[in-house]
Design a protein around this ligand. Structure first.
Ligand code: MG
Length: 141
């Protein structure tokens, strides 16, 4: 079972908090595919609460996306709002990720290939000696 915590503002939609932004290309379709293709359990993980949270959930629901849980690990979990804590997810998708948010098509490919926890930056570094051409290659010369 793949539990994926996914942020809303800046991740599913453009960051226009407290308004609802425009959907980022393929965000919702990709999340629905992760549910159907990999039985992923999607945990909406957002600073929104109250009406603002309901608006985000409803925005997704209107487009056919239902979360397994919202700001919680599982549907019945009650969260003590005095103690915010990290979810027990296998993967976090958030525009505040180190290195930012990849395109949703890239996110799907990374998960489908099982490489979603593989560091991107280490790959780039290890490629440097092989790539002497190009701007950075010439700097390393
Ligand atoms: Mg965000």
């Amino acid at each position: 079972m793949l539990d994926i915590a996914v942020d809303f503002d800046g991740t599913i939609v453009t960051h226009e908090y407290p308004k609802i932004g425009r959907e980022l290309p393929f965000a919702i379709d990709t999340l629905k595919r992760l549910q159907t293709d990999f039985q992923a359990r999607l945990l909406l993980w957002t600073v929104r609460d109250g009406v603002e949270l309901e608006e985000a959930v409803e925005f997704c629901r209107a487009r056919g996306l239902e979360f397994y849980a919202v700001n919680a690990n599982y549907p019945e979990e009650t969260v003590n709002d005095k103690q915010p804590r990290k979810l027990k997810a296998d993967l976090f998708i958030d525009d505040r990720n180190l290195a930012g948010l990849p395109d949703w098509g890239v996110i799907y490919q990374m998960i489908a290939s099982g490489n979603h926890l593989k560091p991107i930056s280490n790959d780039i570094q290890s490629d440097y000696p092989k790539k002497k051409k190009g701007f950075f290659g010439s700097l390393l010369g």
